[in-house]
Design a protein around this ligand. Structure first.
Ligand code: PGA
Length: 252
């Protein structure tokens, strides 16, 4: 049975004291909550990773990085590598978030390299994909997500897919307060699962967790998570408050 996952992307928010406070609040809030087949992940910024990791180590919360360089080491000023993340106990890394694509020019070809490096290093990539508003309006959304998945992920062997989490994040719904309807999320998730089934096989595709991200809040989480092919969420704004994030975890 594929895992259910609620992941919080904290983006460029929170100082170290704020981050550690939030981790502690989440540990306390989730104490005693039964998490059946459910993973809870949060992604603080790089400088706060280790402190959060140390706090979360013995809790049900996993700490993820928000990005990573494709090379293992070298002259890449300002970058962070997979071995550095692993060495502090981080096991997940968000790759291809639309903000990385838009503001830092990350292409699917580059993301293919990053995903491969993450997997070779035994980090679990949370691979984000999704269309922008113009693409949705012109009816190209299926085509766009197919292209993203194919270019970034279809050179991988079948075995690698055991360790990949996907996150469909329609760009027009990120931080805008506008959420894809549960039906809009479901049809893209089902489409992606079918794409994977056609390329590899149906049993394998059935095991891949596909999260939805884009203005998920306590008020809409349950309905989105109830869709057959939606296996959880990647949460931005609502992950910054312990109450809201906990409510979303409980909605899974
Ligand atoms: P949002 O962000 O929940 O604030 O829309 C989601 C994301 O960017 O991962």
């Amino acid at each position: 049975m594929r895992a259910k996952i609620v992941a919080g992307n904290w983006k460029m928010n929170k100082t170290i004291s704020e981050s550690t406070t939030l981790v502690n609040e989440l540990i306390e809030a989730l104490d005693g909550v039964e998490l059946v087949n459910t993973e809870v992940i949060v992604a603080p910024t790089f400088v706060n990773l280790q402190a959060c990791q140390l706090l979360a180590e013995k809790s049900p919360i996993s700490i993820a990085a928000q990005n990573m360089h494709q090379k293992l080491s070298g002259a890449f000023t300002g970058e962070i590598s997979a071995p550095m993340l692993l060495d502090i106990g981080v096991k997940h890394v968000i790759l291809g978030h639309s903000e990385r694509r838009e503001y830092f020019g990350e292409s699917d070809a580059l993301l293919a390299e990053k995903v491969k490096t993450a997997l070779d290093s035994k980090l679990v990539p949370i691979f984000c994909f999704g269309e922008v508003l113009e693409e949705r309006k012109s009816g190209k959304h299926f085509e766009v997500v197919s292209e993203q998945i194919t270019t970034a992920l279809f050179d991988l062997d079948k075995e690698s897919w055991k360790d990949i989490i996907l996150a469909y994040e329609p760009v027009w719904a990120i931080g805008t307060g506008e959420t894809a309807s549960p039906e809009q999320a479901q049809e893209i998730h089902a489409h992606v699962r079918q794409l994977i089934a056609d390329k590899y096989d149906a049993d394998m595709a059935d095991e891949v967790s596909i999260l939805y991200g884009g203005s998920v809040k306590p008020a809409n989480a349950k309905e989105i998570f109830s869709q057959t092919d939606v296996d959880g969420g990647l949460i931005g704004g609502a992950a910054l408050k312990a109450d809201d994030f906990t409510a979303i975890v409980k909605a899974i």
